[in-house]
Design a protein around this ligand. Structure first.
Ligand SMILES: [Zn+2]
Length: 423
């Protein structure tokens, strides 16, 4: 693995205090952060002049459906139920393993170009997505997606078998048990998910309380809210990560926070599907661990974590006060909080010893000028166009805004989406 020396890069410590440092990246980690690297540190390293750049933690996307990039813009401007049953599920039924590989590759390209190096993926044909993640140099929590509404009993059994064998896990790829939701998975299968996760040491990730309809249907069917239902199943604990969490009662907040579970909010998707606004101030006040994700490109319609981060901060403020969710906290929700939820305990921060996942942000970009406060500029003013380079696991995955093979990736996705739409 190549040793990299970042010379004279701007770094923000606590508060608004900024300084220029040298950073040595070795063995996939930030080996040294200091005033000036020694000749011994620089020996054998590629030296990169970073006097124009700031270093910031790369984004971690806590919830997405990567290959849904192929469905981007296919069906918009309708509510969740109709959108899923009349458009998305019939389109998805046509997807082959090869299509999913093409869609995942486009998703990873888009994520890299917008500064994301990790994503939690809930989808089908996981082997293809795992292959793309390995090839493109990023990280992922790949879901073994469980749904007895959307898959045959044979596929369900194959999924549980896959989990038992821990197939295809690696340094950058982890498997996670991903039952779709309480409305797409029955009681007995959810119980099995909880048992498998417990016995094999897996995390559980699911959609939770996304719409009022989901909550009301659950109450009718099981006599309790989706959060209470997961609690009764014994699945609610610090290894439980739920997407959306829009419609939580006070009791849901109390149970969820008490269990140490993480809520991955997806505000863009919730607004676009008119599902509601995640109650960020109430979740924060109740002590719920908060992270962010984009959801799929069919409901967002992009995979840009920066947009998600800024929107979360703005929604928190309009729901409470201007002091709610300051820039630094919003940045943590899009980086270190996601990393911790998915078991990457030494990632998502720029500090010695941490995994070297980072962005080089161009301080000469007009959006970053002037720079009174780097984090504030980044959260409220910056966007993808400010990102010059992206580092994952100590290696450049984008440099000077270029990602290897990007033209071919886009061309394959265009052809694939066109074929599917006309099939
Ligand atoms: Zn989702």
């Amino acid at each position: 693995m190549k040793k990299i020396a970042l010379k004279s890069v701007t770094l923000q410590a606590e508060g608004a205090c900024m300084s220029k440092k040298d950073i040595l990246i070795e063995g996939g980690r930030f080996a040294r952060i200091c005033e000036s690297l020694s000749p011994q540190d620089l020996d054998g390293a590629e030296v990169v002049d970073c006097s124009r750049f700031a270093i910031l933690p790369a984004f971690y996307n806590g919830h997405t459906h990567a290959a849904m990039t192929l469905v981007r813009g296919y069906a918009d401007d309708m509510e969740l139920g109709r959108w899923l049953t009349q458009y998305i599920w019939p389109f998805e039924a046509k997807l082959t393993a090869g299509d999913i590989e093409i869609g995942s590759r486009l998703a990873v390209l888009e994520m890299i170009k917008s500064g994301t190096v990790f994503f939690a993926d809930m989808y089908w044909h996981r082997e293809q997505t795992m292959k793309v993640v390995e090839e493109m140099g990023v990280r992922a929590a790949i879901g073994v997606t469980i749904s007895d509404l959307l898959s045959s009993p044979e596929v369900l059994e194959q999924n549980f078998e896959f989990l038992k064998n821990h197939t295809g896990e690696s340094e950058r790829v982890k498997l996670v048990v991903m039952p779709h939701s309480v409305y797409a998975v029955g009681n007995q299968v959810l119980k099995r998910c909880v048992e498998v996760a417990r016995s094999e040491g897996y995390l559980i990730h699911t959609h939770l309380s996304e719409t009022l309809k989901e909550v009301n249907d659950c109450k009718e069917k099981y006599g309790c809210s989706p959060v209470e239902f997961w609690d009764k199943l014994g699945g609610l604990n610090e290894r439980f990560i739920a997407a959306h969490c829009v419609h939580f009662s006070d009791e849901d907040v109390r149970l969820f926070a008490g269990a140490g579970a993480t809520a991955v909010l997806n505000p863009c998707s919730n607004l676009k599907l008119s599902s509601g606004i995640p109650p960020i101030p109430a979740l924060m006040a109740g002590g719920v661990k908060l992270a962010l994700g984009t959801d799929g490109a069919s409901s967002n319609n992009n995979l840009d974590m920066h947009e998600e981060m800024k929107l979360a901060a703005l929604l928190a403020k309009v729901s409470a006060s201007a002091e709610t969710l300051p820039a630094g906290e919003a940045l943590k929700m899009a980086t270190v909080n996601v990393a911790r939820a998915y078991g990457l305990c030494d990632a998502g921060e720029i500090r010695e010893g941490a995994l070297a996942d980072a962005l080089l942000v161009d301080l000469d970009n007009e959006r970053m000028v002037p720079c009174h406060d780097l984090v504030s500029n980044w959260v409220y003013s910056g966007d993808s166009s400010c990102i010059d380079s992206v580092i994952c696991n100590g290696q450049f995955v984008m440099r000077g805004r270029h990602v290897d093979g990007e033209e071919e990736i886009k061309e394959a996705a265009r052809a694939c989406a066109k074929r599917l739409a006309n099939a």
